[in-house]
Ligand binder design. Structure first.
Ligand code: SF4
Length: 171
C-alpha cells in the first residue's frame, strides 16, 4: 500500500543552513517518482535497488544547495527494513549518528517518516524539515520485465479524506 506523495518546495526552508542531510524512505517516494515520470521503479542490473527517477530528484535538491556552498549528504537504509515508519532501534541510532554532522535533515517520505526523524533527532541540534506531502494512497499494477526490471502502472490515487467514498484521482 504505497502512500502517494508529492514533493514540497523547501528552498526557502533550507535557505539559512550550511549543511543538509537528505534522509529518504526508499519505498513510497521512489515509487511515486517512478510512476510520475513513467520510468522503472527497479532496474536491478543497472542501478541495484535505487530508483533512477528518485536518485535524479535527490540530485536536483543537492546540486543548487552545493552551488551556494551548502554541504549536503544523502542517507537511506534498506535493512533490516527499508520502511522508515517501522525502522528498528539500530536504524534509528544510525540516523542519529549520521545526522549529528548536519544542521538540518530534509525528510523525503510521508508524515510517519518525518515523525521517525523528529523522534530520533529530538535531542540533537538538528532541524527536521518535511520534504514531501501525503496526498493519499496509490493503487498500481506491478509489472516485472526481464532481467529484473520492475515497473508500476498507477491506476488511481485514493485521496486521504475521501478514501472511504472511493473518490479517486486517475493516474
Ligand atoms: S515511512 Fe511512509 S513513505 Fe516510507 S514506507 Fe512507510 S508509509 Fe511509505
Amino acid at each position: 500500500m504505497p502512500v502517494h506523495l508529492e514533493p514540497l518546495d523547501v528552498s526557502a526552508d533550507l535557505e539559512n543552513f550550511h549543511s543538509v542531510l537528505i534522509v529518504s524512505c526508499p519505498v513510497c517516494p521512489p515509487m511515486y517518482l517512478a510512476m510520475q515520470q513513467n520510468s522503472p521503479f527497479i532496474e536491478f542490473f543497472k542501478r541495484g535497488l535505487k530508483a533512477g527517477a528518485f536518485e535524479d530528484y535527490i540530485q536536483s535538491i543537492r546540486k543548487p544547495l552545493e552551488q551556494r556552498g551548502v554541504r549536503t549528504g544523502a542517507y537511506s537504509i534498506h535493512t533490516p527494513t527499508p520502511m522508515m515508519c517501522v525502522w528498528t532501534e539500530w536504524q534509528r541510532s544510525r540516523l542519529l549518528k549520521r545526522a549529528r554532522d548536519y544542521e538540518a535533515v530534509l525528510v523525503l517520505g510521508c508524515d510517519s517518516a518525518t515523525y521517525t526523524a523528529q523522534d530520533v533527532l529530538k535531542k540533537a541540534d538538528c532541524q527536521v524539515i518535511k520534504g514531501m506531502q501525503m496526498i493519499g494512497t496509490t493503487n498500481a499494477t506491478l509489472k516485472v520485465r526481464f532481467p529484473l526490471t520492475i515497473e508500476l502502472d498507477m491506476n488511481c490515487v485514493l485521496k486521504n479524506d475521501s478514501a472511504r467514498k472511493h473518490n479517486t484521482i486517475l493516474g
